[in-house]
Design a protein around this ligand. Sequence first.
Ligand SMILES: O=c1ccn([C@@H]2O[C@H](COP(=O)(O)O)[C@@H](O)[C@H]2O)c(=O)[nH]1
Length: 238
Amino acid sequence: MTTPDTKINPKIVVALDYADAPSALALANQLDPSQCRLKVGKELFTAAGPQLVETLVDKGYGVFLDLKFHDIPNTVAKACEAAARLGVWMLNVHASGGQPMMEAAKEGVAKSGHQPLLIAVTILTSMDQQVMQSLGIPGTLQDQVLRLARLTQAAGLDGVVCSAQEAPVLRSTLGENFCLVTPGIRPRNASLDDQSRVVTPADALRQGSSYLVIGRPITRAADPLQALRDINHEISLI
Ligand SMILES: O=c1ccn([C@@H]2O[C@H](COP(=O)(O)O)[C@@H](O)[C@H]2O)c(=O)[nH]1
């Protein structure tokens, strides 16, 4: 097995799910871009805006702008163009917006003059088979993740957000170069919170994840820096 080189290509993406910029910067200022990348999601972006994203980029962090765009193709294209202009490392849309929407997203990114990774959310890691059924989506959850991931690849995107539980089948079907970004990561004995499809950090990498998105197990730990160090140590042993 290969040893993940966490220094050159950190595998952990810390979800900065904070209510304001000072709280997010308090953690970012203690971390180092060689230890992790950072994710800005809907809560923080709505509160702190593009300026915070640019600040994190200027600090040298790879920033995943997790706004999960899902709208008509023209609107998503323009949103992706604007997001890519912030200099982020990665951004995303919802695969359930369909192939034309994802193709428009890709065109929008191309127009920005930047080259972030563009990925699509398949089925949220908080969802389970029962929730899928309640939405009237037929088949197994894994089948639906695979269907949306194939559509994402056909649209020319770089990868998907999925659970590491689906990583083995996606990796074998979609190839080594398709990026699998996996939230729902929980160290052994950690609280699941609102996540349903969870995997430990080391198991997620063994299953084929490219990047691990981790929020509360780090940000709500008594010592977030130590929690990140522990997880980086765990995955360095693979
Ligand atoms: O399917 C998805 C897509 C995105 N997320 C985001 O990842 C983090 C997970 O945070 P935890 O605190 O580790 O649960 C959060 O920002 C979500 O918005 C996801 O969980 N699942």
